[in-house]
Design a protein around this ligand. Structure first.
Ligand code: ADP
Length: 378
């Protein structure tokens, strides 16, 4: 088991953009998802781990290896598939991979040939080995990118924004290769595509504006929102009103209508299943008394907030993603770090005063909304 430990990592570019702010992450053998919108700071962190740029401050260790100082050693055990990966169109897959293997110092021709063919096999490119790379689809190029990243049997593989533009079948193949690799080495998948993380990663972090908002197992992330995400299918015209009334997490088209997910906290205050609205907001202020023997079923039966026809939905990672991205944007400068049930929340937690402020109406309907529009990428 290897561990990559990132502590208090900071990076500000010469144009003044603070791309990473006090980033702390612990990444163990397996598939790790680094999720965040464009501009979150993911590539800055990935490029620094890949020894392609300097940190301003902080430390990065792979087990005992000082990544920021022992760059030469890191390169020997690192595989990197960058966001922009270009191939020579007039080389065949075999020729280019063989050439890259020479550049990586594999001198023995026989061993090199075996290694190259084995990697082409592993990435499902063996039958295409004599085809020009210029004729490859996006998915094939990505798989070739993985093949070149694996030339030196890396202990750490970094894949930056890999599946944008891949068709479902190519994406599936690519995922299979990554998850197989994740059985033995650290694979960091940096992406803005939530599904890539939910399908593949046993551990994850969400970043935005250079900061880590949460680091946890995906199921822990979902647990945080259990019983707080409500859904409804509405007419397109209703979206504005819903936006005004509720804290919309996401909206997507659904059979010609709009399916909307909103965040709303309800709290069970006693065993008689009194559910109290704590999210603030006009007509939702009064506690509801629901005749139900257990809090759980009361919560499930409860139509509220959501007298307006919303029902509790099973939270998915997309809801969680938008929740963290959005909450962080709304918050005050007060921050705290808290470890609870294996989850590190960076920023506000439910217990912090800053969050209570939101919960008790700190974000009122009248306040200007932030620039987040609640729409998913779909
Ligand atoms: P992500 O990979 O999450 O999209 P990046 O690390 O690429 O995020 O970018 C984080 C921020 O740093 C963005 O605001 C981006 O414009 C800025 N940035 C990235 N690279 C540079 C650079 N070389 N010079 C100046 N600003 C940069």
């Amino acid at each position: 088991m290897s561990v990559l430990t990132i502590k208090d990592f900071n990076k500000t570019y010469s144009n003044g953009v603070q791309a990473c702010k006090n980033v702390n992450l612990t990444i163990k053998t397996g598939m790790y998802g680094l999720l965040g919108p464009n501009g979150a700071g993911k590539s800055t962190l990935m490029r620094t781990i890949a020894t392609l740029q300097e940190a301003d401050s902080g430390s990065i260790f792979l087990d005992e290896l000082d990544v920021l100082k022992e760059k030469h050693e890191v390169r020997k055990i690192l595989g990197f598939l960058p966001q922009e990966f270009d191939v020579y169109p007039k080389s065949t897959a075999y020729e280019l991979l063989n050439h890259l293997a020479v550049l990586k110092g594999m001198k023995d021709a026989k061993i090199r040939k075996e290694a190259v063919l084995s990697l082409l096999e592993k990435t499902n490119l063996y039958n295409l080995r004599n085809k020009y790379l210029g004729s490859f689809s996006g998915g094939m190029k990505q798989r070739f990118g993985i093949a070149q990243a694996l030339l030196n049997n890396p202990r750490l593989l970094i894949v930056d924004e890999p599946t944008a533009g891949l068709d479902p079948e190519e994406r599936f193949r690519f995922h299979n290769i990554l998850s197989e690799l994740g059985e033995n080495i650290i694979v960091i998948l940096s992406t803005h595509i939530v599904e890539d993380v939910s399908e593949l990663c046993h551990s994850m972090a969400i970043m935005n504006h250079g900061e880590v908002l949460i680091e946890a197992h995906p199921e822990k992330v979902l647990e945080q929102l259990k019983g707080k995400v409500w859904g409804k299918v509405i007419e397109k015209e209703e979206i504005e009103q819903v936006n005004e009334q509720y804290r919309v997490l996401s909206s997507r088209m659904y059979m010609g209508k709009t399916k909307v997910h909103v965040y709303h906290e309800a709290q069970i205050t006693n065993h008689k299943s009194q559910i109290t609205n704590i999210s603030g907001g006009g007509d939702c202020q009064s506690p509801l008394n629901i005749e139900s023997p257990t809090g759980k079923s009361a919560l499930q039966d409860c139509q509220y907030p959501l007298e307006n026809g919303f029902t509790l939905v099973e939270t998915d990672l997309k809801d969680a993603y938008f929740y963290y991205i959005r909450e962080k944007k709304q918050e005050t400068p007060a921050e705290s770090t808290e470890a609870s049930s294996g989850t590190t929340l960076v920023g506000k937690t439910e217990e912090t005063p800053a969050h209570s402020e939101i919960a008790s109406g700190g974000v009122s309907r009248e306040e200007p909304r932030n620039d987040w529009d609640g729409k998913t990428e779909e």
